[in-house]
Design a protein around this ligand. Structure first.
Ligand code: NCD
Length: 314
């Protein structure tokens, strides 16, 4: 925690939402709300990061997160370079730290890091130079803080700033999900009234992650009366590990269908971080239906990342 906040409580890096003070979190949400027009390309570019070079340092595939950070940086007038592990000297065995140090030596000040290992972004932040900022864009199963922020912003826009009366249900492979962990941190910090977590027992963590949440494996029962349903991607490799019997079986028990969604509150909203397995964890009808905020999440992602980059680097 002290690594990401300086002694005055200012953000130096963004590694996790765990322990992030509520006012810091809300300030980022407020700022993202204010710059939404610029984020959506409807207003002129801002100049806050003119002359700053940022690198997206990705050791794992990504569609939304990487392009969203790239667009956010460009709309703040930063120069952006993309580092892709599959086409770089990482393939010759160069470590993430050597990569960062070399780019730092070229004057890159901000690193947006995605890595398959837990703690990878934090390890880089520990070794980074004085003026260098590291933003975690997803490490292992640990954290994906900007996704947690954009999900919180999306919920806040739909349901208002008072989370104390909200019932929120997170569904699916929570055990392997950094999105779920960051969502849980944000939901707790914002004082969510009731957090429910549902999935097959084999995909629910038993390491304290779900403390204070109502948990269960009966999706229909847990959907009753909720205000928001946050679906997670079924990571197909879990089937190979024997944690899920088959896609059909998973869909039958945990797929969000229009019929099922009627158990939730009439004005319930549906979120999904993408990439979506259509017909597995969610049907087309729900993903593209009136209660879905999936594309709103994507738009909010640019605004959140602009707010984060501006707050950390300008
Ligand atoms: C997620 C990720 O990579 O953590 N996607 C995203 O960033 N929007 C979720 C996932 O891959 O399931």
């Amino acid at each position: 925690m002290t690594l990401q906040l300086d002694s005055d409580g200012h953000l130096r890096h963004l590694l996790t939402l765990e322990g992030l003070p509520k006012e810091t979190l809300c300030r980022l949400l407020d700022r993202a709300g204010q710059i939404r027009d610029a984020a959506l390309g409807r207003a002129h570019k801002r100049n806050s990061l003119l002359g700053t070079t940022i690198c997206t340092l990705f050791f794992e595939p990504s569609t939304r997160t990487r392009s969203s950070f790239h667009i956010a940086a460009q709309r703040l007038s930063a120069d952006v370079i993309n580092f892709d592990a599959s086409t770089s000297s990482a393939r010759k065995g160069e470590t993430a730290l050597d990569t960062l140090k070399n780019l730092e030596a070229m004057g890159v000040r901000g690193f947006i890091v995605r890595h398959p290992e837990d703690g990878a972004a934090e390890a880089l932040a520990m070794q980074a130079g004085e003026g260098t900022t590291v933003i975690n864009a997803g490490d292992g199963r640990s954290a994906h803080p900007t996704q947690g922020l954009l999900d919180a912003l999306t919920l806040r826009q739909a349901k208002g700033a008072d989370f104390s009366k909200l019932k929120v249900l997170i569904v699916g492979d929570v055990k392997h999900s950094r999105v779920a962990r960051s969502d849980l941190h944000a939901l707790r910090t914002l004082g969510t009234g009731e957090i429910r977590v549902c999935g097959p027992a084999s995909l629910l963590p038993d390491d304290g992650t779900l403390e204070g949440c109502a948990t269960g494996d009966d999706f229909d029962a847990m959907l009753e009366g909720v205000d928001a349903v946050m679906m997670l991607r079924l990571q197909r490799e879990r089937m190979e590990e024997g944690l899920v019997a088959s896609l059909d079986d998973y869909h039958a028990r945990y797929g969000l269908t229009a019929g099922r969604l009627r158990r939730a509150a009439g004005d319930a909203v549906v979120l999904h971080p993408g990439p979506i397995n259509r017909g597995v964890e969610i049907t087309d009808e729900v993903a593209d239906g009136p209660q879905s905020l999936v594309l709103r999440q994507v738009s909010n992602g640019v605004a959140i990342r602009m707010a984060v980059l501006e707050s950390l680097l300008s």
